[in-house]
Design a protein around this ligand. Structure first.
Ligand code: PMP
Length: 407
């Protein structure tokens, strides 16, 4: 059984040794992006200094080494999310591109005037705008599952929205603004009754929860490497094989073709059909390192530590006069979004930054959700496994200072 020692875990992240404005960095903006361990940084350097080459086409040794490392990531991702085959793993730039890919290919081919797409009131803009654009193009209708005061989906309202007109439900697995874990399996069960597909936005869930796409039975699942201790610029779209086979291609170019003639082009097999052009080789290779790192550390022990941080932060923050936590779902990941009476989130963040504490403020790219709570935005502290209760104590002190200065 794995154990977790936060101090030795922290040691692996060089950035955590730096100072900001004369204070030790306290990084509480992990839902935006996580910091990178030395092994991931080394993987990038080793690729560029050791075997940089374009992949798939070359016969020379460097090209073979680069191709093997790149494709090894696909196998690692397949196991990490328990896909049934490596053909179901499409590399993208991130969650945003994964959702746009599905909207542009499956969406354009299958959504007609009068059809309905359901999202929730807690979506990130990247899971709103692609569907809005598709609906405008096709004359389809976008429906939104409302959220209650605790930040949970209102199940009865969802049941009223879903019907045989529903073609797709695209839902965030874990809200980046509230931390809510959504009941995706129950949503998928309802979708099956009306023959709708389900896409899950896994941007926030993949680092915190065990992901098993076969058990979940989602049709599409998208996530980003950079929230998972991996590099930016690389992400994954999982899709069920039959759907990916049937869908039209996304971008055209090299790699995605079998044969190109002026009379017509035939397309490559899965997964290459959706991967036009030279991919992000270095970051893809380092994503494998990041996943190996998470697996070796143990997602379960990391989660336990993160849950302790969430409980501690919730308990400590609630004692601050005038502070209100936005999002108190029964099932939550380790982030706390809050407002403080008479204080603007922006001012809070500036004062915290003066003490080296990094938090996020504003609408968190989920503007309709923030509007629903009738607030200008929140301050969000989001925790990774390298955060400590001492850092939360510093956050609490910083908030007391802000109240003294500003309220
Ligand atoms: N969905 C959610 C819930 C997110 O938190 C994010 C990133 N903030 C995204 C989608 C978009 O991810 P990316 O910017 O990496 O494409």
């Amino acid at each position: 059984k794995k154990t977790f020692d936060v101090q030795s875990f922290r040691e692996q992240f060089p950035i955590l040794k730096r100072q900001v404005k004369g204070y030790p960095l306290i990084y509480l903006d992990n839902a935006a992006t996580s910091q990178k361990p030395q092994v991931v940084i080394d993987a990038l350097v080793n690729y560029y200094s050791g075997f940089n080459a374009n992949i798939h086409r070359g016969i020379h040794s460097l090209a073979e080494e680069a191709t093997a490392a790149f494709e090894a990531t696909r196998d690692t991702v397949k196991d990490f999310i328990n896909a049934s085959s490596r053909e179901e793993i499409i590399f993208t730039r991130g969650t945003t591109e994964g959702i746009n890919l599905v909207a542009a290919t499956w969406g354009r081919a299958n959504v007609k005037a009068g059809d309905e797409i359901i999202i929730t009131n807690m979506e990130h803009h990247s899971n709103i705008v692609p569907w809005q654009l598709l609906c405008e193009e096709k004359g389809a209708v976008l429906k939104v599952i409302p959220v209650d005061d605790n930040g949970e989906l209102i199940w009865e309202e969802f049941l009223k929205l879903i019907s045989p007109k529903t073609k797709l439900i695209s839902v965030v697995h874990v809200s980046n603004a509230l931390g809510t874990v959504n009941p995706v399996k129950n949503i998928i069960a309802e979708a099956r009754k009306v023959g709708a597909l389900v896409m899950v936005d896994g941007a926030q869930s993949t680092v915190h929860l065990d992901i098993d796409v076969q058990d979940m039975d989602c049709d599409f699942f998208a996530f980003s490497s950079h929230k998972l201790y991996g590099p930016t610029g690389i992400g994954v779209l999982y899709g069920k094989r039959d759907l990916l086979l049937a869908m039209p291609v996304y971008q055209g170019g090299g790699e995605m073709i079998k044969e190109v003639k002026y009379t017509g082009t035939t397309f490559n097999d899965l997964p290459y059909k959706y991967e036009a052009g030279t991919p992000n080789i270095a970051d893809t290779i380092a994503l494998k390192t990041a996943i190996d790192f998470v697996n070796e550390t143990g997602k379960d022990v990391m989660r336990r530590h993160e849950d302790e941080l969430l409980d501690y932060a919730t308990e400590q923050l609630q004692q601050i006069p005038g502070l209100k936590i936005i999002g108190q779902a029964k099932e939550k990941v380790s982030l706390v979004s809050f407002i403080i009476d008479k204080l603007h989130p922006q001012d809070i963040a500036i004062l915290l930054d003066n003490r080296g504490i990094a938090v996020r403020t504003g609408h968190h790219c989920a503007q309709p959700l923030i509007d629903r709570f009738c607030i200008p935005g929140t301050t969000r502290a989001s925790f990774a496994a390298y955060n400590t209760t001492e850092e939360i104590d510093e956050l609490v002190k910083g908030l007391h200072r802000a109240i003294k200065l500003l309220a």
